[in-house]
Structure formats: C-alpha cells, structure tokens
Design a protein around this ligand. Structure first.
Ligand code: SAH
Ligand code: SF4
Ligand code: F3S
Length: 450
C-alpha cells in the first residue's frame, strides 16, 4: 500500500542532503513524499542544534503536529542533530513522539518505521557507526527532476572549535572511499544532474588518515573528468587547511565554479584563539589574497559570529575591518549561542544580548551595502547561468545561478531547465540578479548555442 511521508528540514546542507536520502530510503518501503502534513502517515523533522534558535524550532514543530497524531495516528519522528544530542530525553519529553533517529542511524530508518507500524513501539537509535555505514550512497533509481545534487564526501569533524556542537552530534571525521564518490557522481550524471556540490564539514581534510586515498584536489580533478557534469562546487573549507593545491584547482579545473565559502568567524586574533580556529586575521587575509591571485573572478562568502565570550568593541571592529578588506559577496552572520557541552559555554565574560544584537545589525548593514555594490557591478556583464527551474514569483520566468553562485531570474522557457545559458545582467539587487537572454536557440539534447 502506498503511504505518505512529510519531512521538514532545518540546518545546513548536510541535513538537506540527509532529508533527500531519507526520502529515497523510505521509497523502498512504499512511502512517497507529500508536501501536506495533514495527509501524511509519517512526519519527520530533521533538526539542527548548532544554535539555540534552530534547536527550539523542533519543539514548536512538534507542537504543530500533535493534533495529527491524535486525529490520524500519524507516526512522528525526529532525526538529525537534536535527535543525536537529546536521544531518549526527547521520547521522555514528548509523549506522542515515536522515533528518535540520530545522524549515523539514517540507513536503519526503513526497518524502524516498519517495526513501529507493526508493534507501535517507540524507538531511539543514536549510536555512532565508526565504519561509515551512514556514508554509503542511496542512489536514485530514476531520472531526477533536478539539475543539481549534493554528494557527501566525508562526515563529522575533529576540529572542536570551542563554540561548536557539530563534532558532538556528527561524530569524528571520516572520509568516503573516492571510488564510491566517483561512482555516485557518474550515476547522478546519468540521472540528469549537471551540478555537483561535494559536502563535508571540512572538505580540505578529505582523505586524512588514509595514505592511499586521493587528496581533495585530486578528487576534484577526477570529478572534473566526468562527462555530463558541468559544474562542481564544495562546502565547507576550513581556512587553516586551505592548501595551495586547492587554491590552484580554481584556475586549473574548468568545471570547478569560481566560488568558495570560507568561514572566518571573527577578525580578532584574541577571539580566534579562544575559538580554537588555528589561524590569525593576517593568515586568513593572506589565503584570500592567494585565492584572488589564482582566480581573480572568485566569489567569496563566509560565516561570522558576533558576541563570542570576551568580545570587546575593538575585537568587533577587527571583524568589520576584515570584512571591508575582503569585500565578501555574501556573509552568514550569527549571534554567539552557548551550546551545552562545548568548552566556550563555560567561558566567563559573556556578552550581553543587547550588545550582540547591536553588533549583528551593524555587521549586517555593512555586508548589505557590500553585497549590493558587488551585485550592481555585474550590471551589463554576460554571465553563464545554469537554469534550475521555474521562478516561484513569476510563471513566465525561470531561475538559475551564475558560476559565482548568485541567483538570476529572467524571462525564459522551461525548456531551458538544465541548460547553461549566457545571460546579460540588467539589474543587481541585494539578494539576486535580474537578467535577459543574450540570444539562444535550443537544440534537442544539447546545450543552447548563442
Ligand atoms: N563546518 C563548518 C560550519 C559548521 S556550523 C565550518 O567549520 O566552517 C555553521 C556555522 O554556524 C559556523 O560557521 C558558525 O559561524 C556558526 N556557529 C556554529 N556554532 C555556533 C554557536 N555556538 N553560536 C553561533 N554561531 C555558531
Ligand atoms: Fe564546527 Fe569548527 Fe568543525 Fe566547523 S570546523 S564544524 S565550526 S568544530
Ligand atoms: Fe546544524 Fe547539524 Fe548542520 S547542528 S549546522 S544540522 S551538522
């Protein structure tokens, strides 16, 4: 019998990708995705605990779904990083919750769901699997209705930045065999995927601890050779481990898009030290300089935290100074949020909420101006856009991204989806670009020719 699963996802790309894998796995036990929780037989919340705010979302989401349990007997589960962190406590706290499934236990989900269907038992699976079973690909068996896909290349993190919960909820760093990654990318290319984003907490550590494995730049090179794949991206890279070889890949590999996400977190050496980041403001700026030398058109994005314990006005000014010097294309910025079990949660000199808020606003104002300027500077230029789908706002329009990962909306036919199209940028906004087709004829099965 066909059943329905509704899944809600919070957090980073790893979680988005895990949700996709969960859906593929559940198809094997006859669950099809629904966008309407009211008609679901199974509701899953894939959670994030990196800061307090996303963590709280799980409890409000559960509140919303309580009625469905009461009215329809819907099976309700929590997956992801909050599940990993809280384990049985979640079952104790939420009496109508059926499943708690940790970050490494995803492959067990179909079995667990079938068991619950029969016995009605409540289950919690949060063991870590050091053999990397979680990393095994869940390959889609039919062509995908999407042009880009994630591929996990490693899991976990051994860095233990003093503020961060990730190493505790994702386990220690482990790389997938390159042969499996390459197979998966080839398979996805066969299923219609044109762009691959390689995922890991610190992709530059790929292959660490395994002598015979390819290095990350070597892996990129191999993926660059795969027919059908037009674009390659990766995330995230740690500034400390960003090698010269990787920097060179941006100029060497045709399919590697000119964009790097390189979180700096703070511009103050004192704070960077307390965060255990392993680099200084100057060494970060030096890496940026090398990236710009090797690839002048490279787009730069990053993450930053304000209000880390002990952050004074002058530390914050160092962060602003770093931003002004780098001129990021975009920045994801957060107020420091203490996480239970991390070392920084014990640090003295907490920064007041009001100060954190003020600093966040100042930083975001500055970035907004820089982003807008950068987007406006593209006006008049022709950019290669990979068309991803119909625009949500306007049915006559399609949407895609430049190689630098900027969103472009333009009037166009849905037959352009999956194609690389030259687009003239006519307007730069704060969050996207507007473009127009330079001139294009669509040949069946081929790329458009200008
Ligand atoms: N692995 C990635 C990032 C993982 S978490 C990396 O190392 O770059 C994503 C971002 O959340 C981090 O870059 C950081 O900016 C932010 N973050 C993590 N823990 C946080 C905390 N306790 N408070 C506020 N922001 C945090
Ligand atoms: Fe967290 Fe640091 Fe690991 Fe990134 S490198 S996941 S910030 S511990
Ligand atoms: Fe959140 Fe887990 Fe990702 S804590 S940021 S979903 S690794």
């Amino acid at each position: 019998m066909q059943k329905r699963v509704y899944i809600e996802t919070y957090g980073c790309q790893m979680n988005e990708h895990d949700s996709e894998r969960i859906l593929h796995l559940l198809e094997r036990v006859h669950y099809l995705e629904t966008e309407n929780p009211k008609e679901a037989d199974l509701i899953l919340i894939n959670t994030c605990s990196v800061r307090e705010k996303p963590e709280h979302k799980v409890y409000s989401a559960l509140g919303r779904f309580k009625r469905m349990k009461e009215e329809r007997g819907t099976i309700i589960g929590v997956a992801g990083c909050v599940a990993q962190q809280e384990g049985d406590r979640l079952l104790d706290r939420i009496p109508y919750l059926d499943i708690v499934i940790g970050t490494h236990a995803i492959p067990k989900l179909p079995q667990l769901v079938e068991k619950i269907e029969v016995t009605g038992e409540r289950v919690c699976e949060t063991g870590f699997d050091q053999n990397g079973g979680y990393l095994k690909a869940v390959l889609p068996q039919k062509p995908l209705a999407k042009v880009k896909s994630y591929v996990t290349i490693m899991q976990g993190c051994d860095h233990f930045c003093s503020y961060c919960i990730v190493p505790y909820v994702r386990g220690s760093e482990k790389s997938r065999p390159s042969s499996e990654i390459i197979e998966e990318v080839k398979h996805l290319a066969g299923m219609g995927v044109r762009e691959i984003c390689l995922l890991g907490q610190n992709v530059n550590g790929y292959g660490r601890g395994s002598e015979k494995e390819l290095s990350f730049p070597e892996l990129l090179q191999r993926i660059n050779e795969i027919d059908g794949i037009e674009r390659i991206r990766f995330t995230t890279s740690h500034p400390k481990d960003l090698s010269e070889e990787l920097i060179h890949s941006f100029s060497r590999l045709k399919k590697l898009c000119e964009h790097i996400h390189l979180p700096f977190q703070s511009g103050s050496d004192r704070i960077l030290k307390a965060m255990h980041r392993g680099y200084t403001k100057e060494s970060y700026l030096e890496k940026i300089k090398r990236l710009k030398e090797a690839c002048p058109s490279i787009a730069l994005t990053a993450d930053a935290i304000v209000g880390f314990p002990g952050e004074e006005e002058e530390d914050f000014n160092e962060t602003l100074d770093l931003m002004k010097r780098v001129q990021f294309d975009d920045l994801f910025s957060f107020k420091y949020s203490p996480r239970r079990g991390t070392s920084a949660a014990q640090f003295p000199d907490k920064v007041e909420e009001k100060v954190k808020q003020d600093r966040l606003l100042i930083l975001q104002e500055l970035q907004k101006r820089i982003t807008l300027q950068k987007n406006q500077a593209l006006e008049g230029r022709v950019e290669e856009v990979l068309v991803e789908g119909r625009s949500k706002q306007n049915a006559q329009e399609v949407t895609g991204r430049t190689r630098s990962n900027k969103i472009v909306n333009f009037e166009g036919d849905i037959r352009l989806i999956g194609k690389l199209v030259p687009i003239r940028i006519v307007k730069g906004y704060a969050h996207s670009l507007r473009g127009e087709i330079v001139s294009v004829t669509i040949r069946d099965g081929g790329n458009p020719s200008p």
